[in-house]
Design a protein around this ligand. Structure first.
Ligand SMILES: Nc1ncnc2c1ncn2[C@@H]1O[C@H](COP(=O)(O)OP(=O)(O)OP(=O)(O)O)[C@@H](O)[C@H]1O
Ligand SMILES: [Mg+2]
Length: 242
């Protein structure tokens, strides 16, 4: 059997200064090209799980392997292959960085800190901007954009990276309905055309993209369900009545 792209073995993560793990005894294996939704109530541990996979939070037990390597040891190298859209972001109004440069940051893994961006880098950035309808805003400071526009910029940055893995934490939270549909379609297309392994955290069940077949239900830091979409959504609805 092929090596999983993401593998967590008996993983727990405790925040500094806390006693109770925010996620506990997580066993999760994601294969190449899977599209998995992670759902669960507020405080379930969804963001903690994504940040643990991304190597941004040190896990306190078990082992996390991404692309066959331990994130505790190879975090920066692995992150150059992971596109991450965080749930929380806020750019100060006075942040001087332009939208185009934020998206260009997605290319730093490929560029390296000392090399100048190539034509290829600039092309990828322009493509990502256009895909998300941000071309007109490219030369504006990021802090002067609306929350929804900023969220699209972060998605553009993740796509410009041409990652092997996409981790999306509530990527529709600031978007209006029309934008949500467009962005969902874009994510689905990238998954389809590029076989991009995708994890998407959502709390709105209706927002689960239609071809996302596997759903993981987290609650109280533990995986309660992991399986076919219909079955897990049904269990979620029964448990939380929504
Ligand atoms: N920085 C932190 N320090 C200490 N505890 C934290 C921290 N961040 C989160 N927690 C705790 O960890 C648990 C899981 O939080 P997490 O943010 O992963 O939940 P979530 O499922 O993403 O929730 P939401 O749907 O509200 O985004 C919660 O009990 C929360 O209080
Ligand atoms: Mg969260």
């Amino acid at each position: 059997m092929a090596t999983p792209v993401i593998e967590l073995r008996d993983v727990s993560t405790v925040y500094e200064g806390e006693r109770v793990p925010a996620i506990r005894e997580i066993n999760l294996s994601i294969e190449l090209g899977e599209f998995v939704a992670i759902i669960g109530p507020n405080g379930a541990g969804k963001t903690t799980l994504l940040e643990t996979i991304n190597g941004l939070l040190p896990y306190t037990r078990g082992q996390v392997l991404v692309l066959g390597q331990d994130v505790a040891r190879f975090g920066p190298q692995l992150r150059s292959q992971i596109g991450y859209v965080p749930q929380e972001f806020q750019f100060d109004e006075t942040t001087p960085v332009l939208v185009r440069d934020v998206v260009l940051m997605g290319r730093y893994g490929q560029i390296g800190l000392l090399r100048r961006p190539s034509t290829e880098d600039r092309t990828r950035v322009q493509e990502a901007l256009e895909l998300l309808g941000l071309a007109e805003l490219a030369e504006r400071p990021i802090g002067k954009l609306s929350g929804g526009q900023q969220q699209k910029v972060l998605l553009a940055r993740a796509l410009a990276k041409e990652p092997k893995i996409l981790l999306l934490d509530e990527p529709f939270s600031h978007l209006d309905f029309a934008a949500r549909d467009e962005v969902a379609e874009l994510i689905a297309r990238w998954h389809r055309e590029r076989g991009l392994t995708t994890l998407i955290v959502l709390h709105d069940l209706e927002a689960i993209p239609s071809h996302c077949h596997r759903v993981v239900l987290l609650d109280g830091g533990r995986i309660r369900q992991d399986g076919a979409r219909e079955r897990v959504v049904q269990a979620f609805t029964l448990a939380y009545g929504k």
